[in-house]
Design a protein around this ligand. Sequence first.
Ligand SMILES: [Fe+2]
Ligand SMILES: [Fe+2]
Length: 350
Amino acid sequence: VTSTDVRAGFAPGHLVRLPRAAAPEIAPCPPRPRGPLTEALISALRGPTGPLRLPLARGSDPVRDDDEACALYLCFELTYRGLAGVDDRWEHEPSLIGFRRHLEDRLAEAIRSSVPAIDWDGSVVTGIRAALAADDSPSVSAYLEQAGTIRDFCEFAIHRSAYQLKEADPHTWAIPRLSGTAKAAMVKIQSEEYGDGVASEMHATLFADTMRELGLDATYGAYLERIPGSTLSGVNVISMFGLNRRWRGALAGHLVGFEMTSVGPNARYARAARRLGLSEPAVRFFDVHVDADEEHQVVAEERLAVGLATAEPQLAADIVFGAQALCAVEGAFSTQVTSAWSQGRSSLLR
Ligand SMILES: [Fe+2]
Ligand SMILES: [Fe+2]
């Protein structure tokens, strides 16, 4: 068993436990470059702030391109916890914002051109339900429940750590951009995602507990190097919607889609975890979501989606697009992961 195996949680029988982290580092280290975009970006970020010249992205699939998705993820990370050894002033460096916008536009366009056409009558409830019903991508939760191994489950947790260790943060950007019923609904949901004021109950904290029970490193950003573009794009799309006021409708629609597709999958993850003999503290994250999202899905649909569409009817199509974008990026993730597992391969980058 090498130190890399232990870090990745692949020790035999997952019995080797990492010590509980004392104080997690706030800012993750930049990963090793994956290609020309991350090479140029990371090398620039290590230096003083100032105008930078970065190559344009030229790949044909911004959602799945490991280099492109990681470059965008790093740009966004500057607005969350920052990056170790990187000057915080890079966050608002105009040339970096320009690069980020170039990658955002490519991601949005790729998603826009990939989502299936849906029939809806102009009501956001019909539109979101049609978007979710049109999703025919494979189910990671069903795979794990039926056939997943402990290694698959650890990999699943590593993929999800890119979002779950900052769970709820990207959607929180919406709060100052909303008003009335939609704002109140968003705050109610987000408050519960943040543990209603109890740090140990924050969903991100519960996910870190699950990772530690699996023998994984729960430090924020610890596995960034292992996480492929198709997974990072799932986080990038929420950050993009969250950091651009013009995408506030899509951000709300994404959260509504999230909440409306949570109960079933989380119940399956919980059953998978119990079948694999994981401890109750490891399963708690999933059980809590089954309970919380029974209510959140109703608040999200009836008050967030309808409330926003009533206050700003011109956003209805964007709200529905948010749910479609969720399905598109989750589909890229689930297809990549389940096809690797079903062929006996790791779904993570080497
Ligand atoms: Fe949650
Ligand atoms: Fe929720």
